[in-house]
Design a protein around this ligand. Sequence first.
Ligand SMILES: Cc1cc2nc3c(=O)[nH]c(=O)nc-3n(C[C@H](O)[C@H](O)[C@H](O)COP(=O)(O)OP(=O)(O)OC[C@H]3O[C@@H](n4cnc5c(N)ncnc54)[C@H](O)[C@@H]3O)c2cc1C
Length: 408
Amino acid sequence: MPTDPTYLIVGASLCGAKAAETLREEGFGGRVILLGGEAERPYERPPLSKGYLLGKEDKSVIYVHEEGWYGGHDVDLRLGVTVTAVDPAGRTVTTADGESIGYDRLLLATGASPRRLTIPGADLEGVLYLRTVGDSERLADAFRGGGRVVTVGAGWIGLETTAAAREAGCEVTVVEPEPTALYRALGSELGEMFADLHREHGVRFRFGESVSELRGAGGRVGEVITSSGAAVSADIVVVGIGVVPNTGLASDAGLEVGNGVVADAALRTSDASIYVAGDLANSYHPLLGRRVRVEHWANALNSGPAAARSMLGQDVSYDPVPYFFSDQYDLGMETAGLPEPGTYDQVLYRGDRPGREFIAFWLAGGAVVAGMNVNVWDVSDDIQALIRSGKKVDPARLTDPDIPIAEV
Ligand SMILES: Cc1cc2nc3c(=O)[nH]c(=O)nc-3n(C[C@H](O)[C@H](O)[C@H](O)COP(=O)(O)OP(=O)(O)OC[C@H]3O[C@@H](n4cnc5c(N)ncnc54)[C@H](O)[C@@H]3O)c2cc1C
């Protein structure tokens, strides 16, 4: 390796910025170049559907680092630079303005983009998505006047924006083909709790229906037609139907791609000099015994640093219990594990379910595979340890609020 190697990171968001930070913390003395397609310096996305969207948090809360941090740590941050090609054989990337940049090690952290609607009327004005800070500002403007909102998709983004729209005084109808809210993320039991929470706040749901057409006048959306033939009036349509990993660079470069960029537990791709992390990575997870691609903040926060250590030649086996959080109205929750339908056979609770101050545990074969604490705090680490242990638990002890989770 040359004396002054270049470690190049493509994607200047949470994951990429944390990777750059780790390279410096670990004493890497070579060049660190961080290329980002957006004009903003690296920022975190959770506030974009919560405090920042609601106008309760200042923009300053979103940034990963102070503006001067990059220069201060000799990280060559280049914003508004889109990488258009990676050449693994020549170890170079090409940018949209034709520049060629060489690397010794490359980290792909290009994240994901919102899945777009492809139905008739999808390009009408007033049809909005949420991924970037600009998207969040557009939504905040749109919600400000009140009006009728149709949210397409009852996933996390759809529900958080629905809560923000309601708090801004909009009428909201959510259209979702699954039987309840968050069905694919949490299963029906806890999904229904979120649906009820929103119903109590005046949200209408149309479950079991998809959106088949958007209609409007003068180029602006005015109506959403659902698969049942219903017509729902809409001044704004918010689309939250999931994200698609930005795999284009990797697949064009000949890397192994499949639901993201395929990697081993050390976050190495099929090319020995190229690593992947964050929403983009579909890496082997030793604890779960399969590859997973996790689209959560904590994964961006932790996998960037893990990839950086791996790039430095350290022995890395990235296997955290997946972790997610959400805030909607006065409900705050953390989820550990991936409680997708089909992965559990039982749900048990401790605490006050009607009062929404409880912990839900998803079990498979008597062992806890996931847990969600709802308006109960400082327990997620213990829940994660319980999941990691894989041990069979006594249901009576698990549901007894007087027994610390660590002692179940
Ligand atoms: C509104 C919103 C709210 C969220 N809330 C939560 C939450 O409450 N809890 C939670 O756990 N998770 C949440 N998430 C998910 C979390 O933000 C993501 O998991 C996280 O942003 C992933 O980080 P990343 O760095 O891997 O990718 P991204 O954040 O997608 O960043 C990738 C970056 O790479 C850039 N890029 C892409 N292609 C190129 C290219 N060719 N050249 C240069 N740059 C490129 C992109 O412009 C982008 O800036 C939320 C996401 C959104 C959108």
